[in-house]
Design a protein around this ligand. Sequence first.
Ligand code: FPP
Length: 240
Amino acid sequence: MAEGTDFGGAVPQHIGIIMDGNGRWAKKRGLPRTAGHTAGAQNFRTITRYAASIGMKYLTLYAFSTENWSRPAAEVSALMRLFRQYMEEALTDFMDENIRVRFIGDTSAFAPKLRELIAEVEESSAPKTGMVLNLAMNYGGRAELTRAMRQIGEKIRRGEMRPEDVTEDVISAHLYTAGQPDPDLVIRPSGEERISNFLLWQSAYTEFVYFDILWPDFKSSDLDEAIRIFNHRNRRYGGV
Ligand code: FPP
């Protein structure tokens, strides 16, 4: 941990990051988009370790959305290769740092080898007691809510629940993030100011911080800065 870092208050429990701007980072350097993803993946490793070192409890990173399948086939395969590589390497060293890795999203759509790695990583890191890293892969907030509604509908159909039993807590308990606190802060680097289907239900009262920095250039000090901005906001949760 960066000794003496001034966060302007406590480190939030749960931060989400939309890792955006890999393609533009590569383009600026005259490189193929895939080179941007490689640089982005390295940064994913750096920032995750840093987040754990400053005492964050949950970090949710948007790695692949339900819409990303529509990218050119070569780019999608390059991303899948990176995911496999990182499941094997980086995620194993997260384990030395007591990080628990969970996957949020419909991972059944991935190729068998990647699915196997995902299951292994989840299982072997399950006993870890440090930061929880949620990797959003083939994730979409609307797809997540649709899945929850179907599960709840099934329970009602089977007579295990009545429509009037469906509360906000019940819906939260059917999301991939069941049992976790909602994100306090979502950060989007790259200059875009959109939510892009990320944690739609969970971010009802989340603070957003946007940065004009492309994800591969996003540094630990930028995370510190986002936390300071967060700590200067006045969260009212609909009150006054
Ligand atoms: C958005 O940048 C980024 C992605 C769609 C992929 C995010 C993936 C990584 C950071 C790689 C690795 C992650 C793991 C878990 C190993 P973009 O391509 O949309 O950039 P652009 O908006 O500049 O085109």
